[in-house]
Write a protein that binds this ligand. Structure first.
Ligand code: DX5
Ligand code: ZN
Length: 214
C-alpha cells in the first residue's frame, strides 16, 4: 500500500520537521491539493510552493488539481516539479478532452491521473481507465480536509479493480478523503493501491499513523 500524506493538513510552522517525519515514516508519496477557489470553494497552493517542496524532499509529488482549467494548470505544475498530475473528470469538456490532457501530461514525462467526485458515477470513466496511470476516487466532496468518509466510494473501487485486473491494466487506484485506520482498511480490502490521508496523519503521531495505514 502506498501512503500519500496530504500537505493540506501539514503544520506549515513546522514544515521541515513534519516533512522529515513523513520521510522517516516511510511514506513514499506526498499529496498536494491545488484548489482554485472556483472548481471548489477553497484556495490553496500555487506552483512556487510545489517548487519549494521539490527542493526539500525526494518524495513522489502527487499533485491533485481541483481547478476549472486543468489544461492550463497541468503544465504549470509539471514545470514546478510534479511527478503525477491528477485532474478532475468533471472539469473537462468531455471524455475526449480528458484523454487529450492525459496524453499531453504523459508526453511531458509526468504521470497522469483522473479523479471523480462523490456524485460522479464510476461508469463514466471505466472505458478510459487505460489512458491513466491512476484513478482517484474522492471519498469526500473535494475542497476541505477533515470530512467523513463516504462509503459508496468502496463500490467504485471494486468496479475499477475488476476492470483493471480483467484487462491487465497497470492503473493504480487512489482514495482521498476521510481516510483513517478503519476506512483505510476497507479501501485496501476493496482494491485500493494508494491512500491519501491528511488530518489522520498530521493530527496524530505521523509515524504511527502512516504505519497503521500500510
Ligand atoms: C480534499 C482533499 C484531500 C484532503 C483529505 O478535497 O483532496 O486530499 O487533504 O483530507 P482528510 O484526509 O483530512 O479527509
Ligand atoms: Zn486530494
Amino acid at each position: 500500500m502506498i501512503i500519500a500524506p496530504s500537505v493540506l493538513s501539514i503544520d506549515f510552522c513546522n514544515l521541515n520537521q513534519q516533512l522529515k517525519e513523513v520521510e522517516d515514516a516511510n511514506a513514499k508519496w506526498i499529496h498536494f491539493d491545488v484548489m482554485d477557489g472556483h472548481f471548489v470553494p477553497n484556495l490553496t497552493f500555487g506552483p512556487d510552493i510545489l517548487k519549494a517542496f521539490r527542493k526539500m524532499t525526494d518524495l513522489f509529488l502527487d499533485v491533485h488539481i481541483m481547478v476549472s482549467d486543468p489544461v492550463f494548470f497541468a503544465d504549470v505544475f509539471i514545470d514546478a516539479g510534479a511527478n503525477m498530475i491528477t485532474f478532475h473528470y468533471e472539469a473537462c469538456k468531455d471524455k475526449e478532452a480528458c484523454i487529450e490532457l492525459a496524453r499531453s501530461i504523459r508526453s511531458k514525462g509526468c504521470k497522469a491521473g483522473i479523479s471523480i467526485k462523490p456524485n460522479t458515477n464510476v461508469e463514466s470513466i471505466l472505458d478510459i481507465v487505460n489512458e491513466f496511470d491512476l484513478v482517484l476516487v474522492m471519498s469526500v466532496e473535494p475542497g476541505f480536509g477533515g470530512q467523513s468518509f463516504i462509503p459508496e466510494a468502496l463500490n467504485k473501487i471494486k468496479k475499477l479493480k475488476d476492470v483493471i485486473v480483467n484487462n491487465h491494466y497497470e492503473t493504480l487506484i487512489e482514495v482521498d478523503g476521510g481516510i483513517n485506520q478503519e476506512t483505510g482498511k476497507l479501501c485496501k480490502e476493496s482494491g485500493a493501491d494508494v491512500l491519501v490521508a491528511g488530518s489522520y496523519v498530521f493530527k496524530n503521531n505521523i509515524k504511527d499513523a502512516v504505519a497503521s495505514l500500510c
